[in-house]
Design a protein around this ligand. Structure first.
Ligand code: ADP
Length: 270
């Protein structure tokens, strides 16, 4: 047995977020954590990256601090800032600093969305030094054991791909994720929505057909997340065609022509 296989059985039911593995990603993650290597997870939106990180944090018994990155996110938002409280100036740790002190997993979701200066603060943390320099206070914090930096991005957005600099990128070991294989995706849809096997089969078959359409007019195709959403609406009593229209077709596009093309595929498959 892999000596780094994490004993999930030690956790009570309900404590471990459900995650259906696509391949060997849990092993890769556990080894990266043990070797104190930061991890870059690549994959389309809604393919399970966040759930995977939540699952691994629970299995490794580490707290998880997640930051959803956006284009206004600055280094100070991650590291911390001085605040005025009752007339006095006090330092307030940002989420990255808290994770470094606690030995938590810090997950920066869609990191390339953040302003470029933010990635620079990650550099000394992401190599052998495992240090977080806080310019404002002059502190140098060594990452507590157990700390791990995990970042994700979506290579589908070509323009953003360019903005992850090689000097940042090469500090991380990388894991490529995609949409799960049909049997796995079916299990996910069923578990997440409590739908029956037949509905999960139908939705996964629909996903295969829509994904075959290619991404001509779509920035992204149907994700596992959207399939789960459609199944949940249907389980709650919404007729399937309305559930699929709302959770998949209209969720994917604003264009009437594209929506019509998607709807045609839907009616051919369901
Ligand atoms: P991402 O972070 O890649 O955008 P998420 O992890 O938020 O995607 O996944 C979206 C939803 O899809 C989850 O809330 C869950 O319901 C479902 N899901 C996707 N992949 C998996 C998986 N492998 N195991 C369990 N649930 C999954």
């Amino acid at each position: 047995m892999d000596r780094l296989q994490v004993p999930a059985a030690q956790l009570g039911p309900g404590e471990l977020p459900f995650y259906a593995e696509q391949g060997e990603e849990c092993r890769v993650f556990a080894h990266a954590h043990a070797q104190r290597l930061p991890l870059l997870i690549k994959g389309p939106t809604g393919c399970g990256k966040t759930r995977f990180v939540e699952h691994m944090a629970a299995r490794l018994g580490r707290p998880l601090i997640t930051v959803s990155c956006h284009d206004d996110l600055t280094a100070a938002d991650l590291v911390g800032r001085f605040l005025i409280q009752d007339g006095a100036t006090v330092w307030s740790d940002g989420p990255l600093t808290r994770a470094v002190r606690q030995g938590a997993l810090c997950y920066l979701d869609e990191v390339v969305e953040a302003r470029r200066d933010t990635t620079v603060v990650l550099h000394p943390l992401a190599d052998d030094r495992r240090m977080l320099p806080i310019e404002r206070t002059g502190e140098q914090i060594a990452a507590a054991p157990g700390f791990m930096l995990v970042i994700s991005y979506n290579p589908g957005y070509q323009n953003l791909l360019k903005s992850l600099k090689p000097s940042t990128r090469q500090r991380f070991v990388a894991l490529q994720m995609g949409y799960p294989a049909p049997e796995v995706e079916q299990r996910i849809v069923q578990t997440e929505s409590a739908c029956d096997e037949r509905l999960s089969q139908q939705l996964v078959r629909l996903a295969a057909a829509l994904r075959r359409l290619g991404e001509h007019d779509l920035e992204e195709t149907v994700s596992t997340r959207l399939l789960v959403a459609a199944a949940r609406l249907a389980v709650a009593g919404l007729p399937l065609h309305l559930a699929v229209q709302a959770a998949i077709v209209d969720a994917l596009t604003d264009e009437a022509d594209t929506a019509a093309a998607l709807a045609e595929v839907v009616s051919a498959v369901l």
